[in-house]
Design a protein around this ligand. Sequence first.
Ligand code: ATP
Length: 229
Amino acid sequence: MSKSVGPTRKRDFHSANVAIIGLGRFGESLALELVAGGHQVLGVDYDEKIVQSMADRLTHVVSADTTDEETLKELGLADMDCAVVAIGADLEASILTASLLLQLGVKQVWAKANSAAHGKILKQLGVHHVIFPEFEMGRRVAHMVSGESLDYVHIDEDFVMVKSICPASFAGQSLAELKIRGTYGVTVVAFSHAGQPYQPAFPETVLNDGDLLVVAGRKKPLDSFVQLD
Ligand code: ATP
């Protein structure tokens, strides 16, 4: 999860108008996921080939250089609920685009940073949400590669949610009997038994050997919990 100034209340995001600027790998997957979620997505990229390849998959796709103020105005970006600058490698284009979007008064500007310095500049500009996809994915995958957990998501700096295998010693006991919260300081949120879909966990849920668990908690107790046998 990004360390950014998060919203204090849920926005009406049932059918938001979102502009994705830069349709590289990150921008493309972001745009497609938003479209799949029922949102109106305007994709902008100066590469004609990319624009053509996305033409049937987004609500609108335009080929334009977003470092030009007039272009952004013509595209109606000022009226967007949210704009995401998904340009990483071209630092100048990323910074100029983000700065113009802020100047136009776009309410929620998100931008991807490829380095700490890039992120610092974007934050100083006033970009509302700065994300570091490579850094965050690297941190997440580290816990999977080391075999500690099957997935590891930072909700905050010190609060994480992990997917891990149920310790064999827990088999046949309910969460209430195991006193998971009191003993280990973590909360079992959901479980999956024998490849079945995940279900919410309740105090009376009895765990089986090989169950998969979704567990939430502070980093330290959770890191110890996933090492239990
Ligand atoms: P990714 O890792 O997501 O593939 P990246 O971090 O390598 O992307 P870039 O290659 O800099 O980032 O940019 C992503 C996309 O943004 C590219 O498709 C590029 O054509 C587009 N782009 C870059 N500069 C501009 C600009 N000034 N106006 C519009 N599109 C741009």
